[in-house]
Design a protein around this ligand. Sequence first.
Ligand SMILES: Cc1ncc(C[n+]2csc(CCOP(=O)(O)OP(=O)(O)O)c2C)c(N)n1
Length: 282
Amino acid sequence: MDEALRKELQEMAGALRGSIFRTICRGGGGHIAASLSIVEILTVLYWAVLRIEPRQPRDPERDRFVLSKGHAGVALYAVLAKLGFFEEGVLETFGKFDTVLGGHPDMHKVAGVEASTGALGHGFGFAMGQALAGKIDGKDYRVFALLGDGECQEGSIWEAALFGPQQRLDNFTAIIDFNKIQAMDRLEEIVSVSPLAEKWQAFGWSVRQVDGHDVGQLAEVLGSVPFEEGRPSMVIAHTVKGKGISFMEDVPIWHYRLPSAEQMETACRELGIENFSREQLV
Ligand SMILES: Cc1ncc(C[n+]2csc(CCOP(=O)(O)OP(=O)(O)O)c2C)c(N)n1
């Protein structure tokens, strides 16, 4: 990848982490580690892959992105605000009464949100329906969906996993945020999904694995879909839950939690946030 582009994407990812942190702290809580896990994936999708126009969020020709792990909605809000789907100031209403920015995203309230998600296991099939509709209508838009690894325990995921290859949905790409943690514990301690790549291959998907925090790898892989004609693509992105804040990285307890004043200070220093205080943020 061109060095200038790599730097630009990494800087954007850094700015988004700052935005996520501020939004959640100001709002009094949120799925912080789950949101930090997917920052590079969203950055590369929105700034290097998706064919979208923020001023025309319902353009029938647009590419679609569905955040199937809807509990990480704040990461999506940070992206949509940065791109101008809505004013950045709206982020300050997160966690407040009557906000349009719920803990889980609502497609009827927030421009740029393609599906109301949060009940795990449903966004994936919904997105696949959009891909099927695109095929039926003879459109050339692509559909992308981002899933959690714990979300892959849902039965509905495997129903859709059967359907995509049968329908030859090569306009559809799924990405799994493979951080090896689900909510407050490790996948291997709850219900293992291993071996993940082999499972998707066996279901007829064309699978690639990447470092989910390496913008270069992500851009190369997501920019080359479909991997095979006639098959849906699956990108297994190896990530670290809580990425970017040292004391949150790979620590399950940070699924949904507000840092203490001291932790906030550390996090702000690491994220390059200036002029902070717990009083200001919360
Ligand atoms: C159908 C359903 N069951 C339970 C939940 C509660 N829940 C929210 S996040 C989460 C963990 C999901 O794990 P994973 O997909 O790995 O996401 P991550 O922990 O990596 O953010 C659970 C069980 C939910 N949102 N939907």
